[in-house]
Ligand binder design. Sequence first.
Ligand code: RB5
Length: 154
Amino acid sequence: MNKKVKKIFIGNDHAGKDLKDFLINFLKNNYQEIEVINVGTDSYESCDYPDYAKEVSLNVLKEEDSIGILICGTGIGMSIAANKIKGIRAALCYNSTTAKLARQHNNANILCLGQRIIGFELAKDIVDTFIKTEFEGNRHLNRIIKITQIEEEY
Ligand code: RB5
């Protein structure tokens, strides 16, 4: 599957603001060809992560060749919320290997990160790997189809 990422929607709550700023800077310096759209909060005032999970997810579903990045304190709340939306496969990744496999095997369309859990340099590697890795298809495709069937059934 040769699909290049053209747009990234990035969202965060108050606990993910610093990592979001850092990653936007990284993406602007290293991926000029990718449009980065910030839909997260730019404030440290306490807010609710599901609002941003929903905003990023709906944009990712609407825009072909886009992926999402969601950042909260742990990445857990964002991943739970985003995965409630049909068609979203949000993966909470904590190293480059999980980022690579989330794309190759699970065709994840949203990367979730926990600012309070991982270091910023590691987050950069994770994002880099997530962008560069493609879905392998083949036997994994059938499993994605089964996930879609679960979404339809329940
Ligand atoms: C906010 O304090 C925190 O609960 C949130 O950012 C996230 O970690 C939830 O999963």
